[in-house]
Structures are given as C-alpha cells and as structure tokens.
Design a protein around this ligand. Structure first.
Ligand code: DQA
Length: 142
C-alpha cells in the first residue's frame, strides 16, 4: 500500500517550485508501472484526514506485504500516526518529495520516521520508486 497524506492531492499545482509539476495521478501511474515490472500490485491512496490515514495503516497491516507512506505535514505533528505505524509490522518506508532538512526548522523533525524501517527524503517523486526498490531489497535480504 502507498499512502499519501494531507495536501498531496494538490501535487502538480501546489508550490510547484518545491514539489514539481507532476500530479498525484502521475505519481500513481509511475508507481504502478514500477510495481508491474516487479510483479507487485499496489493499492495507492490519499487522504487529508489524520484518522483516515491511521485506518489505512491498520488496513495495510492486515492486507499488504509492505507500506510506503508520505505522511506530509502529519510527519511533523502526529503521535497518533506514529503509534499506528509502530503497531504495523510489515516493511515500511517513509517518503518526502522535498528535502525537508533544507526547509523550515519545524520540518526537520519527523515524528513518524522512528516508526518505519527507512526514510527517503528530497529525491522528488522518484523517492516513491526508490522506496519500492528498497522494499524489494529489504525483503530479498531478510
Ligand atoms: C512533504 C514535506 C512536508 O513537510 C510537507 O508538509 C508536505 C510534503 C514532502 O513530500 O516533501 O506536505 O511530506
């Protein structure tokens, strides 16, 4: 499952100098293409609501082999999402499109990052593809 948090539905028009011009649909298509080449199926989701993201993480635990999550701003604020991730035992990668370390101080800390296996930051939308590859390698080597 690939989960996208708040405001990522606006990708392509939102702060394009930071996030680029690709829409979330284009990101989804990119992920689908990559997943197909790996013979994986993906469930690609987005919500602006913290509780819905938590429900998705709980669902992924029961249904999926791995989870990629861009929590968006909830990475910096949500103890509840972190708790949900801690309770989710499948392979988990957090992705941020922008390099949050180069941005405002409040973006430097991710509360959720300690609850996942790895984090990919600042590689643009390719971060999602790198996350798929990282999961494949992690699962191959475990
Ligand atoms: C983001 C970075 C967050 O700080 C921000 O709130 C987002 C997007 C990223 O992908 O770069 O909404 O997660």
């Amino acid at each position: 499952m690939i989960i996208n948090g708040a405001n990522l539905n606006l990708l392509g028009t939102r702060e394009v100098e930071i996030y680029g011009t690709a829409s979330l649909k284009q990101v989804e298509n990119l992920c689908r293409k990559k997943a197909e080449s790996m013979q994986w199926s993906i469930d690609f989701r987005q919500s602006n609501a913290e509780g819905s993201l938590i429900d998705m993480v709980q669902e992924a635990q029961n249904k999926c082999n791995a989870l990629i999550i861009n929590p968006a701003a909830y990475a910096h604020t949500s103890i509840a999402l972190r708790d949900a991730l801690l309770n989710c035992s499948i392979s988990k990668i957090e992705v941020h499109i922008s390099n949050t370390n180069k941005r405002e101080k409040f973006r430097h800390n991710s509360i959720t990052a300690a609850a996942v296996d790895g984090v990919i930051i600042g590689c643009g939308i390719n971060g999602y593809i790198l996350a798929l590859e990282a999961i494949a390698l992690m699962q191959k080597n475990s």
